[in-house]
Design a protein around this ligand. Structure first.
Ligand code: F6R
Length: 635
């Protein structure tokens, strides 16, 4: 939700940037381009030039802002902030776009998050004579900051070295809710100050220049050195310094790390969309997630977990916490973890978890799954569980993000940056990582023989090549998707691990193609939803391997017949060699043979391809579906 970028560079004697030929505006626009997946309702930039703030902002996608700047160019500058918005308070209009100005137009502020006490603050500021131009909570924060800044400057007559940092400390203490705020002031060129509470912010460390970003993609073109911050911290960047304090000015330190991917990994690599690239990245995403996590004898070596093995042995319940696609990954993992480890495993939507008085104690292991590591619902649920004494493991794709930082242990998925708003490769990587965790627990607790674990790992290792085969043969499913571009509703059925896959297939279609789609447990159909079936209703059915448990396969084949008898147009995903389904299917898509539990790593792929191709055929932007944003940092 909302992308934020900040930049300061040092001018040489001739006025150029000693760090290179970077202009603040170029850095900001490049950062916003990479962060646009976080929100695209409006965009704006503010720079400090010739002792004044200059800004441009525009509703709609970043392209509108770029056109506005082309029409009304901005002067050269080495200090600035930029924002791309996912609207919360106030609609997506030009007036509500960030930056918001205060202190007679000399202070510019951008914000990600929600300021919960904005109404009280607004009334207080209005009573002091301040006026507001927008409906946003951000403008309230800007005016508050400006008010405090002015008071500091007037009171100490210029002795305060960093009045903006001081003002940010004081303002942050008055704000409730979640916020990352970035501010720059016309009187302090070469300085950008930021505050962080429950909302993402990373510092990019350069030579004679420094950066701020909602995540590292905001500055990945310029540096891979990053600094992680804690909650409730203020950071002040100048071209040569990065100073971190708490909200009371006490010095603090961030943790420096190096980003393990580069700018090229965050480009489309020749594909027409990030989504297509990321679907095609999946063999690599799974392979990378498996890499280095077992030894030649087939023993899991998850040393990075750093939780006392004795503690893991004593776990008597697992609760997986996640939202959306990540929650479906958790639902897939539940089948495997319970089967391999014999530990009762619940999967709970993070936003529901806290509010139901869950039973959690020291013997509960919380496994959170989050691509971004910033999803507020999941973060809050993890915090709650920790307060109750549970141990928390984070499965996450984003190094340096908040959820792993606040968890006892982390198992990173190595899917690489996921830019398309709807998740694809992270899903397969999450399932892979959760399987590794399940096998590790089974190994520790002796639930499986070492040979069994070795065999499963060997099967997992073959998965990337099988995904690649599905991708090579994607022509048939894409053709069907194009032919179905006018479809108004699609149902998805699955049983066992195929059930969450069906729900994920439906979610992809909803978010990318804006088509009504539902995923059902195949057995549930006759308890109601079968009433939806009418002549020609498209129904995808995810069929389990006939080599697995017979009953499972046979039941799903019966379910296909039930819907077909009522006129459904049946589209079946089945294993190669499964001849039993062809007679009941309008279309069959075959996936390579694999074990029942590993099948989701394959059966999901045709459903992703279908949704992506259908949405493309309808002319939709598959990378930035309407109303959505990646990294949902509000509750
Ligand atoms: C759907 C999608 C979302 C995310 C959900 C959780 O395609 O991307 O449903 O899965 O918002 O996000 P993370 O995994 O970042 O916590």
């Amino acid at each position: 939700m909302c992308g934020i970028v900040g930049y300061v560079g040092r001018a040489s004697a001739t006025g150029t940037n000693v760090a290179g030929d970077h202009q603040a505006l170029d850095v900001l626009l490049e950062g916003l381009r990479r962060l646009e997946y976080r929100g695209y309702d409006s965009a704006g930039v503010a720079i400090v030039a010739d002792g004044a703030i200059e800004f441009r902002k525009k509703s709609g996608k970043l392209a509108n802002l770029v056109a506005e700047i082309e029409a009304r160019p901005l002067p050269d500058s080495l200090t600035g902030i930029g924002h791309t918005r996912w609207a919360t308070h106030g609609g997506p209009t030009d007036a509500n776009a960030h930056p918001h100005l205060a202190d007679d137009g000399r202070l510019a502020v951008i914000h990600n998050g929600i300021i919960e006490n904005f109404a009280t603050l607004k009334a207080e500021l209005a009573s002091k004579g301040h006026t507001f131009l927008s409906d946003t909570d951000t403008e309230v924060a800007a005016v508050l900051l400006g008010d405090i800044y002015r008071a500091i400057v007037e009171a100490d007559a210029g002795t305060e070295a960093q009045p903006l940092s001081k003002a940010m400390q004081l303002a942050s203490r008055r704000l409730e809710g979640a916020f990352t705020l970035l501010a720059t002031h016309a009187d302090q060129p070469g300085v950008v100050v930021a505050a962080r509470r429950n909302s993402p912010l990373v510092v990019g460390l350069g030579e004679h220049e420094n950066f701020l970003g909602s995540d590292v993609s905001g500055f990945i073109d310029y540096t891979r050195r990053a600094l992680e911050l804690d909650q409730d911290q203020i950071v002040t960047i100048t071209p040569e310094t990065v100073e971190v304090t708490d909200f009371h000015g006490a010095p603090a330190e961030g943790r420096e790390y190096t980003v393990d991917w580069d700018a090229a990994a965050a480009e489309k690599g020749g594909y027409p969309s990030f989504m297509e690239k990321e679907i095609n990245d999946q063999p690599e995403a799974v392979a990378q997630t498996l890499l280095g996590r077992s030894d030649s004898r087939g023993r899991l070596t998850l040393d990075e977990l750093r939780i006392d093995p004795e503690l893991l042995k004593s776990v008597n319940k697992i609760i997986v916490l996640a939202c959306g696609t990540s929650a479906y990954a958790g639902q897939v993992a539940k089948y495997a973890i319970e089967h391999w480890c014999r530990i009762p495993t619940e999967v709970e939507l993070s936003h529901e978890f806290r509010y139901r008085d869950p039973i959690v104690d020291e013997q509960t292991l919380i496994v959170s799954i989050s691509q971004s590591g910033e999803t507020m619902d999941t973060l809050m649920a993890v915090r709650y569980a920790r307060e109750q004494g549970a141990k928390t493991v984070s499965i996450c794709n984003t190094n340096g993000s908040t959820i792993p930082r606040e968890s006892d242990a982390v198992l990173y998925t190595h899917a690489g940056p996921e830019i398309a708003v709807a998740s694809t490769k992270a899903f397969l990587a999450q399932i892979t990582a959760a399987y590794l965790l399940g096998l590790y627990l089974a190994q520790l607790r002796g639930n499986l023989f070492q040979g069994q674990i070795k065999d499963i790992l060997a099967d997992l290792a073959k998965t990337p090549a099988k995904i690649a085969r599905i991708l090579e043969n994607s022509g048939q499913i894409k053709e069907l998707a194009r032919a179905m571009a006018d479809t108004r509703s699609v149902l998805f059925l699955g049983r066992h691990v195929g059930y969450p896959v069906a729900m994920e297939g439906a979610l992809k279609l909803k978010e990318l193609a804006y088509i009504h789609a539902e995923g059902f447990a195949a057995g549930e159909l006759k308890h109601g939803p079968i009433a939806l079936i009418e002549e020609g209703q498209p129904v995808f059915v995810v069929v389990p391997s006939p080599r697995g448990r017979d009953s499972l396969h046979a039941k799903v084949v019966s379910n296909i017949q039930e819907v077909r008898a009522r006129g459904a147009n049946t589209i079946v995903i089945a294993e190669e060699g499964d001849d039993s389904v062809a007679a009941y299917a309008e279309h069959v898509f075959y996936i390579p043979e694999t074990s029942v539990l590993l099948a989701p790593l394959l059966t999901t792929v045709p459903l992703q391809l279908f949704a992506c191709e259908l949405a493309t055929a309808k002319g939709y932007d598959v990378d930035q579906p309407r109303n959505l944003a990646k990294s949902v940092t509000v509750e």
